[in-house]
Design a protein around this ligand. Structure first.
Ligand code: BGC
Length: 522
């Protein structure tokens, strides 16, 4: 495999190969994304299953099947039904805040383990649900699981990976999310055919990814960053040598120690986030997940079967179309694994933005022309529905190689160690909050905004692309403990990130035996 040793943009040389050890570790770690993905993919299909609807949400079921209800835009509009989907994300929001402390003080692995166990408990309750309350309690536990996993897994991967492969290895997380979604879509397709209790299998199936991540977290090694942060320096040095496949890891090790020293001085990571020098980080921790959700992707992910039914597909065809979009999602994610460390993050963000924008406008026009404002249509020609599905697939592929993976990668690589865990929690909670909002209001928005809903999201895609173009520096090929360089050199953020601690860090560097100091300081 390719060897390490080129000079990073930050001016440091960190040797580091893509060793088998790091590869296997990152693949196992990435599987943390499966639980999130499984969940995203399963709820939409389950809420489109007549057996499930008639048992738990009889009024929606009645409305859906009523002959006289021809308004396609509004037939699934029900607050309790959306609460079923979205309650999980509120729970994940709170859990990710708690996970910040666990991840920082007890290590990334323990957060992953909590994630797996809580998710497993939720899956069991859901599989045996007798009433809506049990369903919601199960969903809340699943949400706690997702909160812990999403807080810790991306950090884990970015810390483990050699910096020049960091993008690809981190995107393993997103790949697992998409595989989780696809598997869930396929299972829904088959389980929907088992009358009365097929949905129990769909919901209970979440136990499988939960067990995978729980066992994975027990066998994975700790990251050197986390070991140093917790005072285990010798173990960290040995681990770093093993991970990088090199004996001489002094430069990187010293930078990690320097980062950890700086981190120890921080007593209140939350309050610190508000300091001026962390303005770019805080801005990105909020803006990136906000924009990721405002692409509208989860309208497709949660409600693809419902949406496809809305445009006139039969039950079976709707679930099948969800399988197709799920497959496109997985394949297109691989494009970003290939390209993210070659073409860079900004290129993917911008290309993805343009592609999504075009698709959303086309879908809005297609739906608008046929359904108009009344939403009354009975016979939609088949070719028409196929065109809509096609553009939805092109849209999904754009998301899958841009905002999907980068929404998790970029935040996990830009935060300095002293605020890393807290800032990542902000990232996860903002993501979960807007996932919740969109899941909760989508069906109502569809009912009111009608085809304009797609234009609403297109508008945000435009704004986020301009935001990236103007404010987001390229982070490809920069070691994470050196990341300050990109902010300092940025036309706007350079004003915020100044060299105030540079001297202090040079001193600290000098006192280390080889005199290496961290340039990556604030
Ligand atoms: C997002 C999810 C989304 C998924 C789709 C993830 O990056 O955070 O909200 O459902 O991608 O693949």
């Amino acid at each position: 495999m390719a060897g390490g040793g080129f000079i990073a943009q930050g001016g440091k040389e960190y040797p580091g190969k893509l060793t088998l050890y790091v590869l296997v570790t990152c693949i196992v770690g990435s599987m943390g994304g499966l639980i999130f993905g499984y969940d995203i993919g399963i709820s939409g299909g389950v809420t489109a299953m007549p057996d499930f609807l008639s048992k738990f949400f009889p009024s929606v079921y009645k409305k859906e099947t009523a002959e006289e209800s021809n308004n396609q835009y509004c037939k699934f509009d029900s607050v309790t039904l959306t609460l079923f989907t979205s309650s999980l994300y509120l729970a994940a929001l709170f859990a990710s805040l708690v996970a910040s402390t666990v991840t920082r003080k007890l290590g990334r692995k323990l957060s992953m383990l909590f994630g797996g166990l809580l998710f497993c408990a939720g899956a069991i309750i859901n599989a045996f649900a007798k009433n809506v309350a049990m369903l919601i309690i199960g969903r809340i536990l699943l949400g706690f699981g997702v909160g812990f996993a999403n807080q810790s897994v991306p950090l884990y991967l970015s810390e483990m990976a050699p910096y020049k492969y960091r993008g690809s290895l981190n995107i393993g997380f997103q790949l697992s999310i998409t595989i989780g979604i696809l598997v869930a879509n396929v299972l829904n397709y088959f389980f929907a055919k088992i009358h009365d209790w097929g949905w129990r299998l769909s919901l209970g199936g979440a136990m499988v990814p939960a067990i995978i991540i729980s066992i994975g977290s027990l066998i994975l090694p700790d990251t050197p960053n986390s070991l140093i942060e917790r005072g285990k320096r010798e173990e960290a040095m040995t681990k770093l040598r093993r991970i990088r496949g090199e004996n001489d890891v002094k430069n990187e090790f010293n930078d990690l120690v320097a980062a950890s020293e700086a981190s120890k001085k921080v007593e209140h990571p939350w309050r610190n986030l508000l300091e001026r020098k962390y303005r770019p980080h805080l801005t990105m921790a909020i803006a990136i997940p906000f924009f990721q959700q405002l692409t509208g992707i989860n309208v497709i992910m949660f409600y693809a079967p419902v949406l496809f039914k809305t445009i006139g597909f039969e039950d079976n065809a709707s679930l099948m179309s969800a399988v197709i979009t799920g497959g496109v999602n997985v394949l297109a994610t691989m494009v970003s694994i290939y390209g993210v460390d070659k073409w860079g993050r900004r290129f993917l963000f911008l290309e993805g933005g343009v592609q999504m924008f075009i698709c959303q406008v086309v879908v809005a026009i297609c739906i608008g022309v046929k359904f108009g404002v009344s939403g009354n249509v009975t016979n939609l020609p088949e070719w028409y529905a196929i065109v809509v599905v096609l553009f939805i697939c092109i849209y999904v592929s754009a998301f899958a190689w841009s905002w999907g993976p980068l929404g998790w990668l970029v935040p996990s690589e830009i935060f300095p160690l002293e605020i890393r865990s807290a800032a990542q929690s902000i990232n996860v909670s903002v993501n979960m909050f807007f996932t919740f909002v969109i899941a909760q209001v989508f069906l109502t928005m569809l009912c009111h905004l009608k085809f304009g809903l797609f234009l609403f999201f297109a508008f945000f895609v435009l704004v986020m692309s301009v935001f990236v173009y103007v404010f987001l520096p390229e982070t490809k090929g920069v070691p994470i403990e050196e990341m300050s360089v990109v902010w300092k050199n940025h036309w706007f953020w350079g004003k915020y990130v100044v060299d105030e601690h540079l001297d202090a860090n040079i001193e600290m560097g000098k006192s280390m035996d080889n005199g290496v100091s961290s340039k990556g300081v604030y």
